[in-house]
Design a protein around this ligand. Structure first.
Ligand code: PLP
Length: 379
């Protein structure tokens, strides 16, 4: 039985093109990117090329891109870095209740240090309200951190509006774009975003590498102290193969974005509609239109989600209960809770996230399996 992988929000499989691009930097061109001889110069050039490629995808400057070990590090750096650097101006941060734990736990850490944090509610579609955000602003607010697209329910937040409000008040705006970058077009020229996190393994690149976009002029302290890498802001010998892989993955994703996005959106709508039609008492979580192309979240009434996932796996289908970091915990996810999904539905939540290689046949097989197993679990 072949596996049907419907968990692209957890991670994606690196493409062959990415692997080929990385290969020379694993052995042949192994030099340290910070050294002067040719192996090192080759590696250093490759790193700077990738910085330029990624900057271009965001309409940013290469000097505004800082390589990190992934989404979690980028989120930690953004939140803790701005909080620390702007402490004199204030110690209040605004975020939402449905952020990734990398943001939420960074905020909780700051609360223990004496900062205060407002966690904004979301509506039943998972949307942050701009009006509520504006009301939460205080004279001592220094940072607003709201994710671009939610990993569990797929909702895309009103980023332009949030950024505009932040800018009007002279507050910095960070967005965790780990799910959205390379899925939807994002321009730092068009959008008032000051900091943006992304992670390569969510867009067919390698694991353990990502970046933080930091707009020119933002006062940002070093996150890892040591050598002078990343213009003195993030020490440590560069992960050259990882960065090269991420650059290639970013380039490929943006080259094919229109096609991938349209295909995934169509397949996603097909999956949503088919389940809604064929399985009674089902809710679809997240916003109907403002959502990530490949993300679907279902809640089935009167079903235990964890049991459903096991049955799906027996049919060769990889899906997830919410975010990858929460599986195992059988309690209802905090995101589903924040959306106010009714209790008899909330426990039966399953996320299916499509990718570039997903097919209609796979979706049909997934719906058949869902239908059979939901029925079995309900009686
Ligand atoms: C996956 C994910 C992260 C964490 O990224 P890593 O590179 O795995 O550390 C952060 N935020 C969101 C929204 C994610 O989906």
């Amino acid at each position: 039985m072949s596996m049907i992988y419907l968990d692209h929000a957890a991670t994606t499989q690196m493409t062959e093109e990415v692997e080929r691009a990385m290969e020379p930097y694993l052995r042949e061109k192994f030099g340290n990117a910070s050294t002067e001889y040719s192996y090192g110069v080759d590696a250093g050039r490759a790193v700077e090329h990738c910085r330029a490629v990624i900057a271009e995808t965001l309409e940013a400057k290469p000097e505004e891109i800082y390589f990190t070990s992934g989404g979690s590090e980028s989120d930690n750096w953004a939140v803790k870095g701005v909080a620390g650097a702007y402490k004199k101006q204030g110690t209040h941060i605004i975020t939402s209740k449905i952020e990734h734990h990398a943001v939420l736990n960074s905020c909780e850490y700051l609360e223990r240090l004496g900062y205060s944090v407002t966690y904004l509610d979301v509506d039943e579609d998972g949307m942050v309200s701009a009006e509520q955000l504006a009301r939460a602003i205080r004279p001592d607010t220094t940072l607003i951190s709201v994710m671009y697209g939610n990993n569990e329910v797929g909702t895309i937040e009103p980023i332009a509006r949030i950024g505009q409000i932040a800018r009007e008040h002279g507050i910095l705006f960070h967005t965790d774009a780990v799910q959205a970058y390379a899925q939807v077009p994002i321009s730092t020229r068009a959008l008032p975003i000051d900091l943006l996190s992304a992670s390569a393994h969510k867009f067919y690149g390698p694991k353990g590498v990502g970046f933080l976009y930091i707009r020119e002029g933002v006062k940002m302290p070093s996150f890892i102290h040591g050598g002078g890498q990343e213009r003195g802001k993030r020490a440590g010998t560069e992960n050259v193969p990882g960065i090269v892989g991420m650059g290639k993955a970013a380039e490929a994703a943006h080259r094919g974005m229109r096609v991938y996005k349209q295909r995934e959106t169509m397949l996603r709508n097909y999956l949503m509609e088919k389940v809604k039609r064929e399985i009674p008492d089902t809710r679809i979580n997240g916003h109907r239109y403002h959502r990530l192309p490949g993300n679907v979240s279902f809640s089935f009434r009167g079903v235990d989600g964890a049991s459903l996932l096991i049955l799906l796996e027996e049919d060769g289908i990889c899906a997830s209960g919410g975010s990858a970091c929460n599986t195992g915990a059988s309690r209802v996810s905090y995101v589903i809770e924040a959306l106010g999904v009714p209790e008899d539905y909330a426990a039966g939540t399953v996320r299916m996230t499509l990718g570039r290689e997903s097919t209609r046949e796979e979706v049909d097989a997934a719906v058949e399996s869902l239908k059979r197993n939901v029925r079995a679990l309900r009686c």
